[in-house]
Design a protein around this ligand. Structure first.
Ligand SMILES: Nc1ncnc2c1ncn2[C@@H]1O[C@H](COP(=O)(O)OP(=O)(O)OP(=O)(O)O)[C@@H](O)[C@H]1O
Length: 262
Protein backbone atom coordinates (compact mmCIF):
# COMPACT_ATOMS: atom_id res chain seq x y z
CA UNK A 1 0.00 0.00 0.00
CA UNK A 2 1.36 3.48 -0.84
CA UNK A 3 2.06 5.48 2.32
CA UNK A 4 0.81 8.76 0.78
CA UNK A 5 -2.74 7.42 0.38
CA UNK A 6 -5.23 7.79 3.25
CA UNK A 7 -5.45 4.67 5.41
CA UNK A 8 -8.60 2.71 4.58
CA UNK A 9 -11.16 2.67 7.37
CA UNK A 10 -12.05 -0.99 7.32
CA UNK A 11 -9.35 -3.62 6.88
CA UNK A 12 -9.37 -7.40 6.98
CA UNK A 13 -5.94 -8.91 7.59
CA UNK A 14 -5.33 -12.63 6.90
CA UNK A 15 -8.61 -13.33 8.63
CA UNK A 16 -9.48 -16.96 9.25
CA UNK A 17 -12.63 -18.15 10.98
CA UNK A 18 -13.36 -21.81 11.60
CA UNK A 19 -16.50 -23.31 13.07
CA UNK A 20 -15.31 -26.81 13.99
CA UNK A 21 -14.36 -28.44 10.69
CA UNK A 22 -15.99 -25.66 8.64
CA UNK A 23 -13.60 -23.02 7.34
CA UNK A 24 -15.89 -20.02 6.94
CA UNK A 25 -13.05 -17.56 6.19
CA UNK A 26 -9.67 -18.64 4.91
CA UNK A 27 -6.93 -15.99 5.24
CA UNK A 28 -9.08 -13.20 3.90
CA UNK A 29 -7.28 -9.90 3.30
CA UNK A 30 -8.73 -6.78 1.74
CA UNK A 31 -9.31 -3.13 2.52
CA UNK A 32 -12.56 -1.22 2.12
CA UNK A 33 -11.66 2.30 1.00
CA UNK A 34 -13.45 5.52 2.00
CA UNK A 35 -15.46 7.49 -0.56
CA UNK A 36 -16.53 4.35 -2.43
CA UNK A 37 -19.23 1.72 -2.34
CA UNK A 38 -17.73 -1.75 -2.09
CA UNK A 39 -19.97 -4.72 -2.92
CA UNK A 40 -19.28 -8.00 -1.12
CA UNK A 41 -20.64 -10.87 -3.18
CA UNK A 42 -20.41 -14.64 -3.00
CA UNK A 43 -22.56 -17.77 -3.04
CA UNK A 44 -24.68 -18.80 -0.05
CA UNK A 45 -22.38 -19.92 2.74
CA UNK A 46 -19.26 -18.27 1.27
CA UNK A 47 -18.51 -16.25 4.42
CA UNK A 48 -20.00 -12.76 3.89
CA UNK A 49 -22.03 -12.55 7.09
CA UNK A 50 -19.24 -14.17 9.10
CA UNK A 51 -16.84 -11.52 7.82
CA UNK A 52 -19.19 -8.76 8.96
CA UNK A 53 -19.81 -10.42 12.31
CA UNK A 54 -16.06 -10.60 12.95
CA UNK A 55 -15.69 -6.91 12.02
CA UNK A 56 -18.36 -6.08 14.61
CA UNK A 57 -16.80 -8.18 17.36
CA UNK A 58 -19.73 -10.64 17.27
CA UNK A 59 -17.49 -13.54 16.28
CA UNK A 60 -13.91 -14.03 17.35
CA UNK A 61 -11.41 -14.68 14.56
CA UNK A 62 -9.51 -17.97 14.64
CA UNK A 63 -6.51 -16.01 13.37
CA UNK A 64 -5.89 -12.67 11.70
CA UNK A 65 -7.97 -9.59 12.44
CA UNK A 66 -10.53 -7.05 11.28
CA UNK A 67 -9.70 -3.40 11.98
CA UNK A 68 -12.24 -0.57 12.13
CA UNK A 69 -10.56 2.84 12.01
CA UNK A 70 -7.32 1.10 12.95
CA UNK A 71 -8.63 -0.98 15.88
CA UNK A 72 -10.53 -4.18 16.56
CA UNK A 73 -14.21 -3.29 17.15
CA UNK A 74 -14.08 -4.23 20.84
CA UNK A 75 -11.41 -1.59 21.45
CA UNK A 76 -13.36 1.28 19.84
CA UNK A 77 -14.68 4.19 21.89
CA UNK A 78 -18.31 5.01 21.04
CA UNK A 79 -18.46 2.26 18.38
CA UNK A 80 -21.84 3.34 16.95
CA UNK A 81 -20.22 6.61 15.91
CA UNK A 82 -17.40 4.72 14.13
CA UNK A 83 -19.25 2.05 12.21
CA UNK A 84 -22.95 1.52 11.53
CA UNK A 85 -24.16 -1.94 10.63
CA UNK A 86 -27.22 -3.75 9.44
CA UNK A 87 -26.94 -7.50 9.83
CA UNK A 88 -30.36 -8.98 10.38
CA UNK A 89 -32.97 -6.28 10.08
CA UNK A 90 -35.74 -8.60 11.23
CA UNK A 91 -34.11 -9.10 14.64
CA UNK A 92 -36.28 -6.45 16.31
CA UNK A 93 -38.65 -6.91 19.23
CA UNK A 94 -42.01 -6.93 17.39
CA UNK A 95 -43.75 -5.27 20.33
CA UNK A 96 -41.69 -2.08 19.99
CA UNK A 97 -42.52 0.80 17.70
CA UNK A 98 -39.80 1.73 15.23
CA UNK A 99 -39.29 4.98 17.08
CA UNK A 100 -38.88 3.27 20.47
CA UNK A 101 -36.48 0.71 18.96
CA UNK A 102 -34.25 3.48 17.64
CA UNK A 103 -34.46 5.56 20.82
CA UNK A 104 -33.48 2.54 22.95
CA UNK A 105 -30.53 1.76 20.72
CA UNK A 106 -29.46 5.39 20.88
CA UNK A 107 -29.67 5.37 24.68
CA UNK A 108 -27.76 2.07 24.90
CA UNK A 109 -25.06 3.42 22.59
CA UNK A 110 -24.72 6.76 24.38
CA UNK A 111 -26.10 8.67 21.40
CA UNK A 112 -28.36 11.72 21.53
CA UNK A 113 -31.86 10.42 20.61
CA UNK A 114 -32.98 13.84 19.32
CA UNK A 115 -32.27 13.10 15.62
CA UNK A 116 -34.28 9.84 15.68
CA UNK A 117 -37.45 11.39 14.23
CA UNK A 118 -35.54 13.04 11.39
CA UNK A 119 -33.76 9.75 10.73
CA UNK A 120 -37.09 7.90 10.49
CA UNK A 121 -38.27 10.50 7.97
CA UNK A 122 -35.02 10.12 6.04
CA UNK A 123 -35.56 6.37 5.59
CA UNK A 124 -39.21 6.83 4.62
CA UNK A 125 -40.71 5.59 7.89
CA UNK A 126 -42.02 8.87 9.27
CA UNK A 127 -45.68 7.86 9.14
CA UNK A 128 -45.07 4.31 10.47
CA UNK A 129 -42.67 5.32 13.24
CA UNK A 130 -45.19 5.02 16.09
CA UNK A 131 -46.59 1.66 14.94
CA UNK A 132 -45.32 -1.68 16.28
CA UNK A 133 -42.62 -3.30 14.17
CA UNK A 134 -44.44 -6.65 14.41
CA UNK A 135 -46.91 -5.39 11.81
CA UNK A 136 -44.31 -4.05 9.42
CA UNK A 137 -43.38 -5.48 6.01
CA UNK A 138 -39.90 -6.82 5.22
CA UNK A 139 -39.08 -3.68 3.24
CA UNK A 140 -40.07 -1.47 6.19
CA UNK A 141 -37.84 -3.50 8.51
CA UNK A 142 -35.00 -3.17 6.05
CA UNK A 143 -35.48 0.61 6.08
CA UNK A 144 -35.43 0.51 9.89
CA UNK A 145 -32.19 -1.48 9.69
CA UNK A 146 -30.67 1.25 7.55
CA UNK A 147 -31.80 3.82 10.14
CA UNK A 148 -30.11 1.79 12.88
CA UNK A 149 -26.88 1.79 10.87
CA UNK A 150 -27.08 5.56 10.46
CA UNK A 151 -27.92 6.24 14.11
CA UNK A 152 -24.43 7.29 15.16
CA UNK A 153 -23.74 9.21 11.91
CA UNK A 154 -20.75 6.89 11.39
CA UNK A 155 -18.07 7.26 8.69
CA UNK A 156 -18.24 3.52 7.96
CA UNK A 157 -21.36 1.58 6.99
CA UNK A 158 -21.60 -2.17 6.66
CA UNK A 159 -24.89 -3.48 5.33
CA UNK A 160 -25.69 -7.20 4.93
CA UNK A 161 -28.25 -7.78 2.16
CA UNK A 162 -29.97 -4.41 2.71
CA UNK A 163 -31.90 -4.51 -0.58
CA UNK A 164 -33.86 -7.70 0.14
CA UNK A 165 -37.55 -6.90 0.23
CA UNK A 166 -37.26 -3.35 -1.10
CA UNK A 167 -39.75 -2.50 -3.83
CA UNK A 168 -38.56 -0.72 -7.01
CA UNK A 169 -39.16 2.68 -5.41
CA UNK A 170 -37.25 1.50 -2.35
CA UNK A 171 -34.34 0.33 -4.48
CA UNK A 172 -34.10 3.74 -6.15
CA UNK A 173 -34.25 5.40 -2.74
CA UNK A 174 -31.55 3.10 -1.37
CA UNK A 175 -29.24 3.74 -4.32
CA UNK A 176 -29.61 7.50 -3.89
CA UNK A 177 -28.96 7.27 -0.15
CA UNK A 178 -25.87 5.08 -0.53
CA UNK A 179 -24.43 7.29 -3.26
CA UNK A 180 -24.95 10.36 -1.09
CA UNK A 181 -23.19 8.65 1.82
CA UNK A 182 -20.34 7.70 -0.51
CA UNK A 183 -20.12 11.22 -1.89
CA UNK A 184 -19.79 12.50 1.68
CA UNK A 185 -16.61 10.41 1.81
CA UNK A 186 -17.95 7.53 3.90
CA UNK A 187 -16.83 3.93 3.61
CA UNK A 188 -19.67 1.67 2.48
CA UNK A 189 -19.58 -2.13 2.35
CA UNK A 190 -22.77 -3.79 1.02
CA UNK A 191 -23.34 -7.51 0.64
CA UNK A 192 -26.01 -8.69 -1.76
CA UNK A 193 -26.98 -11.38 -4.25
CA UNK A 194 -28.72 -8.81 -6.49
CA UNK A 195 -26.08 -8.39 -9.19
CA UNK A 196 -28.19 -6.10 -11.37
CA UNK A 197 -28.70 -3.70 -8.47
CA UNK A 198 -25.06 -3.83 -7.45
CA UNK A 199 -23.99 -2.91 -10.95
CA UNK A 200 -25.69 0.47 -10.52
CA UNK A 201 -24.62 0.85 -6.90
CA UNK A 202 -21.03 -0.28 -6.42
CA UNK A 203 -17.68 1.25 -7.32
CA UNK A 204 -15.71 -1.79 -6.20
CA UNK A 205 -16.47 -5.48 -5.97
CA UNK A 206 -15.01 -8.11 -3.65
CA UNK A 207 -15.97 -11.68 -4.56
CA UNK A 208 -15.68 -14.27 -1.82
CA UNK A 209 -15.95 -17.98 -2.57
CA UNK A 210 -15.45 -20.84 -0.10
CA UNK A 211 -14.16 -18.26 2.37
CA UNK A 212 -11.42 -17.01 0.04
CA UNK A 213 -11.15 -13.80 -1.96
CA UNK A 214 -11.74 -14.59 -5.63
CA UNK A 215 -11.65 -10.98 -6.88
CA UNK A 216 -11.07 -7.52 -5.43
CA UNK A 217 -11.26 -4.81 -8.06
CA UNK A 218 -13.02 -1.66 -9.14
CA UNK A 219 -16.14 -2.59 -11.04
CA UNK A 220 -15.03 -1.19 -14.41
CA UNK A 221 -11.78 -3.19 -14.37
CA UNK A 222 -13.63 -6.30 -13.26
CA UNK A 223 -16.13 -6.03 -16.10
CA UNK A 224 -13.40 -5.13 -18.63
CA UNK A 225 -11.33 -8.11 -17.43
CA UNK A 226 -14.40 -10.30 -17.65
CA UNK A 227 -14.95 -9.15 -21.22
CA UNK A 228 -11.41 -10.15 -22.14
CA UNK A 229 -11.14 -13.31 -20.10
CA UNK A 230 -14.48 -14.98 -19.74
CA UNK A 231 -15.02 -16.03 -23.34
CA UNK A 232 -18.10 -17.16 -25.16
CA UNK A 233 -19.86 -18.81 -22.24
CA UNK A 234 -20.89 -15.33 -21.08
CA UNK A 235 -23.70 -13.56 -22.68
CA UNK A 236 -27.14 -13.56 -21.12
CA UNK A 237 -26.70 -10.15 -19.51
CA UNK A 238 -24.03 -8.75 -21.83
CA UNK A 239 -24.67 -5.41 -23.46
CA UNK A 240 -24.55 -5.17 -27.27
CA UNK A 241 -21.08 -3.57 -27.06
CA UNK A 242 -19.74 -6.84 -25.68
CA UNK A 243 -19.22 -5.82 -22.06
CA UNK A 244 -20.43 -8.61 -19.77
CA UNK A 245 -22.74 -7.88 -16.90
CA UNK A 246 -21.59 -8.19 -13.29
CA UNK A 247 -23.73 -11.32 -13.10
CA UNK A 248 -21.81 -12.84 -16.02
CA UNK A 249 -18.42 -12.09 -14.50
CA UNK A 250 -19.52 -13.24 -11.06
CA UNK A 251 -20.86 -16.55 -12.37
CA UNK A 252 -17.71 -17.08 -14.37
CA UNK A 253 -15.58 -16.50 -11.26
CA UNK A 254 -17.51 -18.73 -8.90
CA UNK A 255 -17.83 -21.61 -11.35
CA UNK A 256 -14.19 -21.56 -12.48
CA UNK A 257 -12.46 -24.79 -11.52
CA UNK A 258 -9.42 -22.93 -10.13
CA UNK A 259 -11.54 -21.73 -7.24
CA UNK A 260 -13.51 -24.87 -6.61
CA UNK A 261 -12.76 -26.38 -3.21
CA UNK A 262 -11.15 -29.81 -3.57
N1 LIG B 1 -22.38 -19.96 14.17
C1 LIG B 1 -22.00 -20.84 13.25
N2 LIG B 1 -21.73 -22.12 13.57
C2 LIG B 1 -21.31 -23.01 12.65
N3 LIG B 1 -21.13 -22.70 11.35
C3 LIG B 1 -21.38 -21.44 10.96
C4 LIG B 1 -21.83 -20.43 11.87
N4 LIG B 1 -21.98 -19.28 11.20
C5 LIG B 1 -21.67 -19.54 9.92
N5 LIG B 1 -21.31 -20.83 9.77
C6 LIG B 1 -20.87 -21.48 8.52
O1 LIG B 1 -19.89 -20.63 7.94
C7 LIG B 1 -20.03 -20.62 6.52
C8 LIG B 1 -20.22 -19.18 6.07
O2 LIG B 1 -21.51 -18.75 6.46
P1 LIG B 1 -22.01 -17.26 6.22
O3 LIG B 1 -23.31 -17.12 6.93
O4 LIG B 1 -20.92 -16.32 6.59
O5 LIG B 1 -22.21 -17.22 4.65
P2 LIG B 1 -22.88 -16.09 3.72
O6 LIG B 1 -21.91 -15.85 2.62
O7 LIG B 1 -23.27 -14.92 4.56
O8 LIG B 1 -24.16 -16.85 3.18
P3 LIG B 1 -25.58 -16.30 2.64
O9 LIG B 1 -25.33 -15.68 1.29
O10 LIG B 1 -26.40 -17.57 2.53
O11 LIG B 1 -26.12 -15.33 3.66
C9 LIG B 1 -21.20 -21.55 6.20
O12 LIG B 1 -20.66 -22.83 5.93
C10 LIG B 1 -21.98 -21.58 7.49
O13 LIG B 1 -22.70 -22.78 7.63
Amino acid sequence: MRSDLPRPDLIFETLTKRFGATVALDEVSFAVPPGAVTALVGPNGSGKTTLMRVALGLARPTSGQALVAGRPYRRLDAPLTRIGAMLNASAVNPALTGRTHLRWLAAAGGIDPAPVDALLEQVGLGSAARRRVGGWSLGMRQRLGVAVALLGDPPILMLDEPMNGLDPQGLVWFRGLVHRLRDEGRTVLVSSHLMGELEGLADRVVVIHHGRIAADADIDSLLAGGARGAGSDLGSGSDPGGRPSLEDVYLSLVTSSALARP
